[in-house]
Design a protein around this ligand. Structure first.
Ligand code: 4AD
Ligand code: MG
Length: 449
């Protein structure tokens, strides 16, 4: 393979000659000296071009290089505090490999809508670059966490014959002569089959929700990781979720400090943010959370503080809305797990607590000042009860026959959860909107580029 030099490896090459290949990120010049910032995907390196060193001709041609031109720059690596990243190149030679043209994204401020229209190019800029590298670390950490604990990676289909998470948010497509197929909203039901075959599995793939929702935390296509474990109850599920979050966020802290520092402009704020979720999680029964929220909103409304027009006052029995989750978690500086939600507002497959038959053995992990990152539950394992739940929810029994087989043949207690990858990326990077947490977001109004 061709010997390559990368910006990320420069610390080991001080004093040596290297050739960096990349693109011109930005430049400034002062008469006889030009500072060209080259980005090669692994980082950014300041390349110092001195007229006396490279000669008048090369110096003049460097002057014409426009932003995002592809270039190969040869020079000697110098350690210096002044340059971003701590190293710079004393340039001996510059090759222009591809002109940058009139690049649409300039160092000036652009609006997010404009940048999203140019997402395919915007990804080259520092903030998206740092964000996607954090995302990559989370993905690798997610896989390693489960792999190290003996979970099998179990891929579920994307084209499915039935709904997993409610019928109102299905994308549908015609499937040959078999009728309608739906894009998977969750791999969980297949994960349950996997758990009965392999004991511990995790599904990790794209999921689809045809929600007409315009919130800052909903995508119509997102990635979800869903562990599913045989012989595990709700308690075990909550423990697994905490251990899992600690592990993956811990990896970001260990491996992506410089990306976090690009995102928080060196303030250290994002490191503190991550450290918050490394604490033991607060656990709270729905009833207790409901009481706290009641008091919270009573006080808010009494204070005369103006609430947004979309605000809806929580009532006992409701699922929590975004405002409730933010309010509740703002009272703690660690994640909060709310468990025992009213069964009536939760999915058909959740088992009910025999001691509180109106409550589901369900839990949500809510992050501080943010809200739901994880949703999970112990699953209904009794055949007859599950049949009546499918009926109550008006779901087509025939489509669930294979799922019911899991209760016909050796049914055991089992549990799992789902974590939305983009929600986690959004939280770790403190992004304004979830659309920046995925390379090419799909939202209600965006399917381009
Ligand atoms: O709470 P949800 O709907 O749960 C499930 O799908 C279960 N089948 C999971 C399981 O038990 N195996 O979704 C799980 C997580 C949410 O907590 C959230 O992080 C994310 O998926 N999520 C979304 N992320 C982005 N955009 C959306 N529209 C999302 N809907 C859910
Ligand atoms: Mg949920």
């Amino acid at each position: 393979m061709m010997q390559r030099d990368y910006v990320q490896d420069l610390s080991a090459k001080v004093g040596q000659e290297v050739t960096l290949r990349g693109w011109l990120y930005n430049k400034r010049s002062s008469g006889k000296i030009q500072f060209e910032l080259l980005r090669d995907g692994t980082g950014i390196c300041q390349c110092v071009v001195v007229k006396n060193v490279v000669g008048a001709e090369m110096f003049a041609s460097c002057d014409t290089i426009s932003q995002e031109s592809a270039i190969a720059v040869t020079g000697i690596v110098q350690a210096t505090e002044k340059a971003p990243g701590g190293f710079e190149l004393s340039v001996t030679k510059v090759d222009i490999m591809g002109a940058g043209g009139d690049y649409p994204i300039t160092p000036k401020e652009h609006g997010v809508e404009y940048l999203m229209e140019h997402r395919h190019l915007w990804l080259r800029s520092q903030r998206p670059w740092a964000t996607m590298r954090v995302r990559d670390t989370l993905i690798v950490a997610i896989r390693n966490f489960f792999h190290e604990r003996g979970f099998i990676c179990f891929d579920s289909p994307i084209l499915t014959p039935n709904a997993a998470e409610g019928t109102s948010t299905l994308f549908e497509t015609k499937y040959f002569d078999e009728g309608m197929a739906y894009l998977s909203q969750s791999g969980q039901l297949y994960g349950e089959a996997g758990a009965m075959a392999f004991g511990k599995v995790y599904v990790f793939g794209p999921t689809f929700r045809a929600e007409r929702s315009k919130t800052k935390r909903h995508l119509n296509e997102f990635w979800m990781v869903e562990p599913e474990v045989a012989f595990m109850d709700l308690e075990g599920d909550m423990e697994l979720a905490q251990e899992f979050v600690h592990y993956v966020v811990g990896k970001v802290l260990a491996e992506r400090r410089s990306e976090l520092s690009i995102l928080d402009e060196g303030s250290g704020r994002l490191v503190q943010r991550c450290e918050q979720v490394l604490k033991p999680f607060v656990r709270m029964h729905y009833d207790e959370a409901a009481k706290i929220l009641d008091k919270y909103w009573d006080e808010k409304l009494a204070s005369g503080e103006e609430l947004p027009p979309t605000f809806k006052r929580f009532e006992y029995g409701d699922d929590f809305g975004a405002y409730d989750e933010v309010a509740l978690t703002s009272l703690y500086d660690a994640p909060v797990i709310v468990h025992h939600y009213p069964a009536a507002v939760k999915a058909f497959y959740m088992k009910r607590d025999p001691n509180e038959p109106d409550k589901a053995l369900a839990m949500d992990v809510l992050f501080p000042g943010f809200g739901e990152i994880i949703g999970g539950s112990q699953r209904e394992d009794n055949y007859d009860v599950l049949v009546s739940r499918i009926e109550e929810h008006g779901l087509p029994m025939a489509a669930f026959e294979w799922y019911l087989d899991l209760r016909r043949y050796g049914s055991v207690p089992h549990a799992g959860f789902g974590l939305g990858l983009e929600r986690l990326v959004m939280w770790v990077c403190d992004l304004e909107h979830i659309r920046e947490a995925i390379p090419f977001p799909r939202t209600l109004t965006r399917i381009w580029p």
